[in-house]
Design a protein around this ligand. Structure first.
Ligand SMILES: Nc1ncnc2c1ncn2[C@@H]1O[C@H](COP(=O)(O)OP(=O)(O)OP(=O)(O)O)[C@@H](O)[C@H]1O
Length: 307
């Protein structure tokens, strides 16, 4: 597919014990675009994100193709991956402590990424370059954040620091795996908006893994649904996620299932939205199975403070 930055074709991943976590998955993500990967627990979302990062466990088997800008990623050596991860593909995990070293200052960690990828010649230049990165990630006081150890920041700011680390190498693709699950509602909205800002300002493509439909709606772009390792729906987020008419235009999707406006978002198979909504109006048919409830996210909130 022309214009595709990430192309996944026929991706099948088997874990030991014959667990087929992914089964013939095809996905495309254009440069600068957003793809939200939805699915219930165990549907294979993390397996897919990890496969794109070259992190499938050695005991697993991977078949198919994963191409970044036309270059095959499957079968790369660990040495190749050290140049791809961080530099071409950034990664934001659910828990920022998975990428932030608790014993080192955040500025030092950012400076190291910049130097490893040849983006700053000297330690001093790297430390100076870390500050605009922290500012771009929405840290209100970049100097303070650079001098802080991770535990000195609030959860939301720590996740922002992890995002700064993920984009420090100037990747074209950012993979975020449930990056807001551990955050409270307000902070969650701010961090999601940061991903959108990074896309528009830096042209980053975003692959967001989540089971949170409100988060998916806030990110927009294309949504893809995994069910037991297979892709069961894909299309524009606004087509797959049903907005609640009772809440007015621009409101986050709410489920018409059972009781309209009951606070539960709902995901519809591609092409069925009109049919299902008509049926729901006609006879109270609950329609498709709702995904786990997600709190509605607030509109553009102010920035969080340092602590
Ligand atoms: N290392 C592993 N060894 C064996 N089975 C695994 C391994 N990792 C994942 N699985 C299995 O693969 C399937 C998909 O798991 P995966 O973690 O990708 O799902 P998920 O959609 O990300 O779930 P969650 O939302 O709970 O994180 C599950 O059945 C899981 O138990």
């Amino acid at each position: 597919m022309s214009g595709s930055l990430l192309t996944v074709e026929g991706l099948t991943v088997e874990h030991p014990g014959g667990v087929r976590a992914l089964d013939g998955v095809d996905l495309h993500l254009a440069a600068g675009a957003a793809l939200v990967l939805l699915g219930e627990s165990g549907s294979g979302k993390t397996t897919l994100a990890r496969a794109v990062l070259g992190l499938t466990p050695r005991t697993g088997t991977v078949r198919g193709s994963i191409r970044l800008d036309g270059t095959e990623l499957l079968g790369r050596t660990e040495r190749d991956w050290t140049r791809i991860r961080g530099r071409r593909i950034g990664y934001v995990p659910q828990d920022p402590s998975a990428t932030l070293d608790p014993l080192r200052r955040i500025g030092t960690q950012l400076a190291e990424v910049l130097r490893v990828h040849g983006l700053a010649g000297t330690r001093r230049a790297a430390r100076a370059a870390a500050l605009p990165l922290l500012a771009a990630a929405g840290l209100p006081d970049p100097e303070r954040a650079a001098h802080a150890h991770p535990h000195e920041l609030s959860g939301g700011l720590r996740q922002r620091a992890a995002i700064a680390l993920a984009v420090a190498g100037g990747p074209e693709l950012l993979i975020a795996d449930e990056p807001t699950t551990a955050l409270d509602t307000l902070v969650r909205a701010r961090v999601l908006d940061l991903f959108t800002a990074l896309r528009t300002e830096r042209g980053l493509a975003l692959l967001l893994v989540t089971h949170d439909l409100a988060a998916a709606a806030r990110i927009g772009g294309t949504a893809a649904v995994l069910t037991h390792g297979r892709l069961t729906a894909t299309g524009p987020a606004e087509e797959l996620l049903v907005p609640d008419p009772a809440r007015g235009p621009g409101a986050l999707p709410q489920s018409p299932a059972g009781a309209p406006g009951n606070g539960e978002p709902v995901l519809l198979p591609v092409g069925s939205r009109r049919k299902v909504r008509a049926a729901a109006r006609r006879d109270g048919n609950p329609g498709p199975t709702p995904h786990p409830a997600a709190e509605p996210l607030p509109p553009v909130p102010p920035r969080e403070s340092s602590r």
